[in-house]
Design a protein around this ligand. Structure first.
Ligand code: C5P
Length: 227
């Protein structure tokens, strides 16, 4: 068992990212946002003018693009070819194209290997690492010391995402976001490789009625109980 690793999985809009980042800061741990890595590959695909559903060409972009992912919880940075893309990877173009890109087996192989390297490096220092994604407990670190699977009803998740969009200056409506949340849920949980699902030994945490402080408190409690 890897005691220094907290694996946080679940669909979008469950409060996962904010809570993961805050949990890492609270524990003095590193923080790895694996969704940002799939989003960065997707941005590189779009910039190269490649069709996101063309698996062969998508895999080629993933092999050749220079991707960097930081693991500082206070300032999680993502760069493509040396340029920070933190804002751009959250935009609607990337969000629309990220599911087919992340369903390409070779993309997953490359990124999972990279994620394991970042995790191994973090474990050499004190403090451990909080890793957030869709397949962390099932594929990336199946021996993580604590696995949490966050859920929330679709309406609550759409409302959270819409608030985040507005806070970042992106126009969106709850209805459009709800449609996007449902589309990605279906795509991510029915894909052939590493579909989104809870690990058998994951603790499920329903965040529908919780705010960020509530989610964080529940996670800290789970970490403490694991000792
Ligand atoms: O977490 P975030 O919404 O940024 O993830 C974006 C997309 O990246 C997800 O909808 C999913 O398709 C993909 N993803 C994945 N595996 C992960 C993390 C994200 O397939 N571990």
């Amino acid at each position: 068992e890897l005691r220094g690793v907290v694996a946080l999985d679940g669909p979008s809009g469950t409060g996962k990212s904010s809570a993961a980042r805050r949990l890492a800061a609270t524990l003095g741990a590193r923080y790895l946002d694996t969704g940002a890595m799939y989003r960065a590959v997707t941005l590189a695909v779009l910039r190269a003018g490649v069709d996101p559903t063309d698996a062969e060409r998508v895999a080629e972009v993933a092999r050749t693009a220079r991707l960097e992912q930081g693991d500082d919880p206070e300032r999680s940075t993502t760069a493509v070819d040396g340029v920070d893309v933190g804002a751009e990877i959250r935009g609607p173009e990337v969000t629309l194209a990220v599911s087919p890109v992340s369903a390409v087996p070779e993309v997953r192989e490359l990124l999972v290997a990279r994620q394991r390297e970042i995790i191994a490096a973090a474990l050499e220092r004190a403090g451990g690492i909080v890793v957030e994604g869709r397949d962390i407990g099932t594929v990336v670190v199946p021996d993580a010391g604590l696995k949490v699977y966050l859920t929330a009803d679709a309406q609550a998740r759409a409302q959270r995402r819409t608030r985040q969009d507005h806070a970042s200056g992106r126009a969106s409506t709850v209805d459009a976001t709800l449609a996007d949340v449902r589309r990605r849920d279906t795509y991510d949980s029915t894909r052939a490789v590493s579909p989104l699902r809870p690990a058998e030994d994951a603790v499920e945490l329903d965040t529908t009625a919780l705010d960020l402080a509530g989610v964080l408190a529940a996670l800290v409690d789970l970490v403490e109980r694991r000792g």
